[in-house]
Design a protein around this ligand. Structure first.
Ligand SMILES: Cc1ncc(COP(=O)(O)O)c(C=O)c1O
Length: 381
């Protein structure tokens, strides 16, 4: 039997309709979008259609979509690009303690190059307080970057409130929406963001494709320099096959967002109920009222989450809330920022459902996880 996949926040399978949309561009229609003959034009039109599909999902204009290689590149472009463009005005950036490494490590890099970074604390559920953002703004602040939804615990940040603070102070605002696009209603206008990152492989497109929303008029430098593709902002011959895939994935996400949200949520709640009825001592880190509909971060007492995920891997695929390097368990900075103690963090797993998750899969996963947790806690493994 194939293991039950409950790690949709790590990546998603490619939707068969997305595969189908890509096929012509892998086979017959292989032209360069810059070429002026039919297969070139076809590819140019395909890129342009994909821009409309991505833009429609997030309520942007097609010209505001810049295709790239994924969430990491989007975050790098947004943060480095705005920092470099504004270096004459100031070198202060505000971010939070629970961002993905594709944000934290970019900020750390800028810190080595003379930028000053403010790392905001979070509540026990991993939420940033907009008042802390307001208090952190200085005359030399040029960028605020706070994620939309957290990849480990699912917390949704108060992005519209934070974006409004940024706008009031004439500071650029970026949000990493790699986890929320396709799972939440992402509307760049309602959210009030200047820059927003999208990662294709979190919404049923392949790995290695993403997009950065850049609001018209935003001052941003390039990461790369070359020819004029993507209005010169991200040069290099367009990755048409994957761009088509991302466009199609966004179109599908847009057409069934509410239905998918409901499905993912129902499955998450079934998981939670199943686990909590057999495992009385678990701690749920995920905020039940303010989180991605699919994400569950749970600590099981008296066990190492690594051992748990390894033992169950032939039946259920989930991930840990910590990283194990050379036998030393390093707890995740997200859990640390939420003040989760070392032992609970070591026993933390992330379970994330997706649009293909079924009730039978959830029930099987509950049975396997519960049995294994009880055995591990009793020391019988
Ligand atoms: C919140 C968040 N940001 C950024 C990324 C990086 O995206 P990519 O894998 O497309 O580079 C991820 C992927 O795990 C993520 O969860």
């Amino acid at each position: 039997m194939i293991p039950v996949y409950l790690d949709y926040n790590a990546t998603t399978p490619v939707d068969p309709e997305v595969v189908e949309a890509m096929l012509p561009y892998i086979t017959t229609s292989f032209g360069n979008p810059s070429s002026n003959y039919s297969i070139g034009r076809e590819n140019r039109e395909a890129v342009s259609r994909a821009k409309q599909q991505v833009a429609a999902l997030i309520n942007a204009q097609p010209e505001e979509i810049c295709f790239n290689s994924g969430g990491t590149e989007s975050n790098n472009h947004a943060i480095l690009g705005t920092a470099f463009a504004a270096r004459g005005r100031g070198k202060h950036i505000i971010t939070s303690a629970v961002e993905h490494p594709a944000v934290t490590n970019v900020c750390r890099y800028l810190a080595t190059q003379g930028w000053d970074i403010t790392w905001l604390p979070v509540t026990r559920y991993g939420e940033v307080n907009p008042e802390d953002v307001e208090n952190a703004v200085r005359p030399d602040t040029v960028l605020i970057t706070i994620m939309h939804a957290n990849n480990e615990i699912g917390t949704i940040q108060p992005v519209p409130e934070i974006a409004a603070i940024a706008a009031r102070h004439h500071v650029m605002f970026h949000t990493d929406a790699a986890q929320s696009t396709g799972k939440l209603d992402v509307d760049v206008k309602a959210m009030g963001v200047d820059l927003l990152s999208i990662a294709g492989h979190k919404l049923y497109a392949p790995k290695g494709i993403g997009a950065l929303f850049i609001k018209q008029g935003t001052e941003i430098d390039n990461l790369m320099h070359g020819a004029g593709q993507e209005k010169g902002l991200r040069p290099g011959t367009e990755n048409v096959i994957q761009i088509v895939a991302l466009g199609k994935a966004c179109e599908i996400a847009n057409s069934n967002l509410a239905e998918n949200q409901r499905k993912m949520y129902v499955m998450r709640e079934r998981l939670l109920q199943g686990l909590s009825s057999s495992l009385k001592h678990m701690t749920v880190h995920t905020d039940p009222d303010n989180s991605l509909p699919n994400t569950l971060s749970i600590a099981f007492p008296r066990m190492n989450a690594y051992t748990l995920t390894e033992v169950i891997a032939s039946d259920v695929l989930i991930s840990t809330g910590s990283a194990c390097h050379s036998g030393i368990t390093e707890i995740s900075p997200v859990l640390k920022a939420m003040k989760v103690d070392q032992l609970a963090a070591e026993g933390t797993v992330r379970i994330s459902t997706g649009k293909y998750t079924t009730g039978e899969e959830v029930d099987h996963a509950v049975q396997i996880i519960s049995q294994t947790v009880l055995k591990l806690a009793a020391g019988s493994y």
